[in-house]
Design a protein around this ligand. Structure first.
Ligand SMILES: Cc1ncc(COP(=O)(O)O)c(C=O)c1O
Length: 393
């Protein structure tokens, strides 16, 4: 059987990983500034995480959600305390798309309304409703199309107010990333998030903070929405939550009440996933990783701002992006193939950095040095081979 060919692949086979490094099958060592797709929060193969999963595996990996699973409550308690959302309720699932799917569905159960406000360049996953609220026509199949989703410009207060005054209580929820990831590291204005909070209160709509990529401490706060000093009604989480073990969830505000069978899952909240997620939180707490993300993120961002050639450095904590001008368009490719550094991207010309929260200053410096070297070389090449003149008539 062939694999379904949906990813253009780099010709690299990673066989080993530790901290912020991974190794290929030929022994080449790579620096991972991409966090394996914003997933690695506490470092690859973190010893405490490995041990916790291994210990749990020897006890029990899985039993259905029809019995008591105390490790779910342990996880909920720790997550509530570290995130500052102690009064919230936790529903566990397996991925970011599934978390958003449940969030949007729960919102509609809660207020009985149907319309959803989503934003240009937003990404929320590839399943039914999650993809319908994602601003990328190429990944929305005809069956996913629904008249219930309204896309608005990001950070545009006037458009948001107009939409609420037009549709009023028909609006079930607003879904927004505190920092757009796939869309190119676009930070939501704090005043815009406050406005969403106020309008949701006024119209009984549910504020869904998609924190799949910008959550779990990456921004320098547990949720990037925390910068606005507001509480969302639902937070969706995944990626960094399991450090590579598939686990996701939603944090649900206390005024949203559960009913039997309104949500459910076979695998969500299984013993093994909870052990992995609990270990992640233990390491985040013990090593003060949210503070580290804030401080090292600031260091990285300031150094990038001083770097000649790249443009529009932005982000928060260790979720950082910058624009790559056309004459440096080979930058990402060369960082990987010549300097052995993985970075992320956002089309058409953004490099996204999403390293593990415990990346060290030395590792950041290693990246910055390679970046500077590569920019200099690419610049020299473009001076010797200037791009053809564009003649405007
Ligand atoms: C903001 C955001 N939401 C949701 C998702 C979907 O998560 P998953 O791929 O785990 O379904 C992603 C994935 O990149 C994401 O960045």
């Amino acid at each position: 059987m062939k694999l379904f060919d949906v990813y253009p692949l780099n010709d690299i086979t990673i066989v080993k990983a530790k901290g912020s490094y991974v190794w290929d099958d030929k022994g080449v060592k790579y620096l991972d500034m991409y966090g394996g797709h914003a997933v690695i929060s506490i470092g690859h193969t973190n010893p405490h995480w490995v041990q916790s999963i291994e210990d749990q595996l020897h006890k029990i990996a899985f039993y259905s959600n029809s019995i008591k699973i105390p490790i779910q409550q342990q996880l909920a308690d720790k997550l509530g305390r570290i995130s500052g959302k102690e009064t919230y309720q936790l529903f566990l699932c397996n991925s970011g798309a599934e978390a958003n799917e449940n969030a949007l569905k729960l919102a509609s159960f809660h207020n009985g309304s149907k319309k959803i406000i989503a934003f240009n360049k937003g990404f929320h996953g590839r399943t039914s409703l999650a993809v319908a609220v994602t601003d990328n026509k190429d990944i929305v199949a005809p069956v996913n199309e629904t008249g219930n989703v309204i896309f608005l410009p990001f950070n545009n207060s006037v458009a948001l107010k107009d939409c609420f005054s037009k549709y009023g209580n028909e609006i079930s929820s607003v879904i927004i990333e505190g920092i757009q990831g796939v869309g190119g590291i676009n930070v939501a204005d704090e005043n815009f998030l406050k406005l969403i909070r106020n309008l949701c209160d006024e119209y009984n709509a549910v504020y869904i903070a998609d924190s799949v990529q910008c959550g779990y401490g990456r921004s320098g706060k547990f949720f990037s929405h925390d910068f606005a000093g507001i509480d969302a009604d639902i937070y969706s989480i995944a990626k960094g939550m399991g450090n590579g073990f598939p686990v996701g969830g939603i944090l649900i505000a206390p005024h949203i009440k559960p009913k039997y069978f309104m949500l459910g899952t076979t695998f969500g909240g299984n013993h093994l996933a909870c052990a992995a997620a609990l270990a992640v939180l233990e390491v985040i707490e013990k090593e003060d990783l949210i503070k580290q993300a804030e401080e090292n993120g600031l260091y990285l961002m300031n150094k990038l701002k001083e770097t000649d050639g790249i443009k529009n450095v932005r982000g928060k904590g260790l979720m950082v992006g910058f624009d790559v001008p056309d004459h440096l368009k080979d930058l990402k490719k060369n960082l990987l193939n010549k300097h052995y550094i993985f970075t992320g991207e956002a089309k058409p010309n953004v490099i996204r950095l999403l390293p593990a929260l415990n990346i060290t200053r030395n590792e950041i410096d290693e990246f910055l040095k390679a970046l500077q070297q590569e920019i200099t070389q690419l610049k020299e090449r473009s001076i010797f081979r200037p791009e053809p003149l564009q003649l405007n008539d």
